[in-house]
Design a protein around this ligand. Structure first.
Ligand code: UDP
Ligand code: MG
Length: 327
C-alpha cells in the first residue's frame, strides 16, 4: 500500500486502523508505505509511532513538500510488493476495496482501477473546483492521445510488472492515471462511491490541481498545438474574406469604409490569438525545459523500515540532501 500524507494528522489513526484491517482480510503479507510529503503538523510523529507499534507500517519522509504526484512516485519507487495499491490518505478512497482489488488481481488483471460512480465530495461545494473537475475528464478524454482515459484518480492496484514499467518511465510530469493508462496491461475496473475526506481541508491547492490538469492535457496530447494551427488558418481565411468584402463594397458603393472600430477589433483579436498560440507553445517548451533539467522528482530525508535496496527508477537519481537548502 502506498499512501501520500501531507498534514493528515487527524486522519492517520482511523486510516491506519482501516488499512490494517483491510490488508489483513486479504490474507496476504503486506506493508503500508506512508510517504510523508513534508508535513508540518504532527503527522511525522504519528507516523513514527505507528512504525514503532507495527513493523509493517513504513515511512518515507521527503525533504519538503513536493506535491501529490511526486509523493506517490516516491512511494512507488520504494514499495517492494508483488502488487502495489495506491490510495489517498484522507479516507476518500475506502481501504475496504483492497480485497476486491486483490481478487481481480488473482483472476489475472495486472491493473485494477477504481472508478468513481459518484462524488460526495466537499471539494464539489467549491464552485471553481466543481467546474474544474466536471470539465476536466470529458475534455481530457477528447484531447488526449490515450486509448482509454477513465475517470480515475490514483486509487487502484498495479502488478509489480506495471510498477516497474512506471518507475522506469523517465518523464517528470507524472500524471499517474494517464501514465498507467498509457502502459496498458490487462485492466479490470471496480466501481465505488467517492466519499468526502474524513477530516481537514483538501491539501491540493486549486493552483496545484490546475497544474495537474495541465500536465494531463499537455503531456498526453499535442492536440493543443494542432488547435493553434487551425485557429491560425481560420483567422487568415476570415481576414481574406473581410478584405474581399471591403474591396467589393468600395467598388460598388465607391466610398471608402472608415473603420476605427473594425481596425481596433481586428488588431485586438489577432493579438489575442497570437498570445494564446504563444502560450500554448510555451506550455510545451516549459515542459521540455523541465525534462531537460533532469532534476529528481523528490528528495528523501529519512526512511523508516524501508530497505536501502530500492530499485532506483530513472527519475530518482541519488542526490546529496543538504539540510538548509530550500528553493
Ligand atoms: N497530498 C500530498 N502532498 C500534497 C498534497 C496532498 O501528499 O502536496 C496527499 C494528501 O495528504 C492526501 C492525498 O495527497 O492523502 C490527496 O490530497 P487531497 O485530498 O488534498 O486531494 P484531492 O482529494 O482534493 O484531490
Ligand atoms: Mg482528497
Amino acid at each position: 500500500m502506498v499512501v501520500p500524507i501531507y498534514n493528515e494528522q487527524e486522519n492517520l489513526p482511523e486510516l491506519s486502523r482501516r488499512l490494517r484491517e483491510a490488508c489483513d482480510t486479504t490474507g496476504l503479507s503486506w506493508e503500508v508505505l506512508f510517504v510523508d510529503d513534508g508535513s508540518t503538523d504532527g503527522s511525522g510523529e504519528v507516523l513514527e509511532a505507528l512504525h514503532a507499534s507495527d513493523e509493517r507500517m513504513k515511512v518515507v519522509t521527503l525533504s519538503r513538500n513536493f506535491g501529490h504526484q511526486p509523493a506517490v512516485s516516491a512511494g512507488l519507487a520504494e514499495a517492494r510488493g508483488d502488487a502495489v495499491v495506491l490510495i489517498d490518505g484522507d479516507l476518500q478512497d475506502p481501504p475496504e476495496l483492497i480485497s476486491d482489488f486483490v481478487a481481480r488481481w488473482r483472476e489475472g488483471a495486472d491493473v485494477v482501477l477504481a472508478e468513481r460512480t459518484s462524488r460526495d465530495d466537499a471539494t464539489f461545494r467549491n464552485p471553481l473546483r466543481a467546474i474544474g473537475f466536471t470539465l476536466f475528464y470529458p475534455l481530457f478524454r477528447r484531447v488526449s492521445d490515450l486509448p482509454t482515459a477513465p475517470d480515475t484518480g490514483i486509487f487502484g492496484l498495479m502488478d509489480r510488472a506495471v510498477v516497474d514499467e512506471l518507475n522506469a518511465m523517465p518523464e517528470r510530469s507524472r500524471f499517474i492515471p494517464g501514465l498507467r493508462a498509457w502502459l496498458g496491461f490487462r485492466t479490470a475496473t471496480v466501481q465505488y462511491d467517492r466519499a468526502d475526506r474524513a477530516a481537514g481541508a483538501p491539501k491540493q491547492t486549486l493552483v496545484r490541481l490546475i497544474k495537474y490538469a495541465a500536465d494531463g492535457m499537455f503531456s498526453f496530447s499535442t492536440k493543443p498545438l494542432k488547435i493553434a494551427t487551425l485557429l491560425g488558418f481560420l483567422v487568415s481565411l476570415g481576414s481574406l474574406w473581410l478584405a474581399a468584402y471591403y474591396a467589393l463594397s468600395k467598388w460598388i458603393n465607391d466610398k471608402p469604409t472608415d473603420g476605427f472600430t473594425t481596425t481596433i477589433v481586428v488588431v485586438l483579436f489577432l493579438g489575442g490569438v497570437q498570445l494564446i498560440t504563444v502560450g500554448i507553445l510555451g506550455e510545451y517548451i516549459g515542459r521540455i525545459y523541465e525534462e531537460v533539467k533532469q532534476r529528481p522528482l523528490y528528495v528523501i530525508r529519512r526512511k523508516l523500515g524501508v530497505g536501502e535496496t530500492s530499485t532506483r527508477p530513472v527519475v530518482r537519481r541519488e542526490v546529496e540532501v543538504s539540510t538548509s537548502e530550500n528553493p
